[in-house]
Design a protein. Structure first.
Length: 173
C-alpha cells in the first residue's frame, strides 16, 4: 500500500460503539429485499431515446454511460451524489453490484430504499419474481468523493461478471 493510501485508510477509521468502522469507504454490503421494488416495467428497460439504459448480463438495465447533474452533499465524506434508478429482470436471479476495492474511497453505491440512503461498497439485489418479461425498478444511485469520475462497477449474476463504467459528471473514453 502506498504511503498516502495508508494515511487515508488510517485517517478514515473511527471508533463507533466499540467497533471499528471505515467512514472513508462505504459500509461493506447490503442485501436489497423484494419489498424494496418501487415499480415494475417491461424488460429490458431502455429508458428514453436521449437517455438509454444499458443491458448488462441480460439481467440488469443499468444507467447510461454518462450521467450529469451531480449534486453536492455538504457535510458528508461523500461530497457528491447522483440519483439514478436501476432495473433488474424479475427472473429470480440475484444480482450483486460491487465497487472495486481500489475505488472504495472515491465511490460508493446505494439501491433500494431500506438502506436509508447509506452508501455501500456492494449491493446484492435479491432475485424477485419469475416473469422474465418484467423488470423490477429500484431507487438509488452513486456517491462520490469528488465532483466527477469514471466509476467502474462489477456486476455479477451467478458465475458471470461484467465491469461497466459510469461517467459521473464527465464523459469517459
Amino acid at each position: 500500500m502506498a504511503r498516502d493510501e495508508g494515511a487515508v485508510a488510517h485517517a478514515a477509521r473511527v471508533e463507533a460503539g466499540g467497533k471499528r468502522r471505515a467512514i472513508a469507504g462505504a459500509e461493506p454490503a447490503r442485501t436489497v429485499p423484494c419489498n424494496e421494488v418501487i415499480d415494475r416495467t417491461s424488460f429490458p428497460y431502455l429508458g428514453s431515446r436521449n437517455f438509454r439504459y444499458r443491458l448488462v448480463l441480460d439481467v440488469v438495465s443499468a444507467p447510461p454511460a454518462y450521467l450529469g447533474q451531480i449534486e453536492s452533499t455538504p457535510g458528508s465524506y461523500w461530497r457528491y451524489w447522483r440519483k439514478q434508478g436501476l432495473v433488474v429482470r424479475a427472473s429470480g436471479l440475484p444480482v450483486t453490484i460491487t465497487v472495486p476495492r481500489n475505488w472504495r474511497t472515491r465511490a460508493a453505491i446505494a439501491w433500494g430504499y431500506g438502506g436509508k440512503g447509506e452508501p455501500f461498497s456492494s449491493v446484492r439485489i435479491a432475485g424477485c419474481g419469475s416473469n422474465p418479461e418484467v423488470g423490477n425498478a429500484y431507487s438509488g444511485g452513486f456517491y462520490l468523493r469528488f465532483r466527477a469520475a469514471c466509476v467502474p462497477l462489477v456486476f455479477r449474476v451467478g458465475s458471470r461478471t461484467r465491469t461497466v463504467r459510469f461517467g459521473l459528471g464527465r464523459v469517459c473514453g
